[in-house]
Write a protein that binds this ligand. Structure first.
Ligand SMILES: Nc1ncnc2c1ncn2[C@@H]1O[C@H](COP(=O)(O)OP(=O)(O)OP(=O)(O)O)[C@@H](O)[C@H]1O
Ligand SMILES: [Mg+2]
Length: 228
């Protein structure tokens, strides 16, 4: 049973059964990372895929994340601390973000293969700068991409996904098409505003263009709320 949703409230912590896919999109400094950090605060098992060293340090000092380098090290931590829980900040290899996200997603799906729709067995993968690791066209160039599979089938494995990006239009459609909820903050690039308008409807174009930092549209189940 899923909790009734309030305005602007994510389903990540409230969900039982199928896990959620959440997109957080907006220009630099609009509040994406802060929103993601607030969503994951109550969660027991979180991996934060963070290509930015400064943000990783902030996750470590402010939110108690353990920084990890190397996929094998990360998966070892996940397995060893599954019962007690974990907050792991993964720093991907520069230039190999797409391959590492694909591998990580595939291996998390394998770890979660015994997931029986139990709320207690869920985990959450947060990906900052998702356009680096899941860029437009990757799902066609690489049909076996592990993150593509996670987007399409991970719900049944109890893996929540939260993807962040400054550039909505540079992320492969497979992610957005599978989002159960989206936070759309201020955008400055016309190509991103166009994608935002496709998601929110033409009637919201001017409001989208007028958003200030920390204001956003929240869309879930075809319902749209403006948090301003
Ligand atoms: N709702 C808010 N009210 C006031 N300050 C906020 C709010 N959200 C974020 N901030 C502050 O604004 C700054 C930018 O926020 P944040 O790092 O979350 O943005 P971002 O969208 O992730 O930026 P970037 O794209 O550069 O990563 C931070 O100093 C943060 O503390
Ligand atoms: Mg950020």
């Amino acid at each position: 049973m899923a909790k009734k949703q309030n305005k602007g409230k994510s389903t990540v912590s409230a969900s039982v059964g199928q896990a959620q896919r959440v997109g957080i999109f907006g220009a630099s400094g609009c509040g994406k990372t802060t929103k993601a950090r607030s969503l994951i605060k109550p969660l027991k098992r979180v991996i934060f895929f963070e290509p930015l060293a400064d943000d990783l340090r902030r996750l470590q000092s402010d939110d108690g994340f353990k920084p990890v380098i190397g996929l094998n090290n990360l998966l070892k931590e996940v397995r060893e601390r599954f019962t007690t829980g974990f907050k792991l900040g993964y720093y991907p290899t520069a230039g190999a973000e797409d391959k590492e996200l694909s591998d990580l997603a595939g291996r998390l799906m394998a770890i979660q293969s015994g997931y029986g729709f139990s709320h207690n067995a869920q985990m959450t993968l947060v990906i900052d700068e998702l356009d680096l690791s899941f860029p437009t066209g990757i799902s066609q160039r690489d049909p076996k991409n592990g993150f593509k599979n996670l987007c399409c089938r991970g719900r049944h494995a109890g893996i929540n996904v939260i993807g962040l990006s400054q550039r909505m239009h540079l992320i492969d459609n497979v992610f957005r098409a599978n989002c159960s909820a989206m936070y759309i903050f201020r955008h400055s690039e016309p190509a991103d505003i166009d994608v935002g308008v496709k998601i929110l409807g033409r009637e919201n174009r001017e409001k989208l263009r007028a958003l200030k930092n920390f204001e956003y549209f929240y869309k879930q189940d075809e319902k749209i709320f403006l948090k301003a």
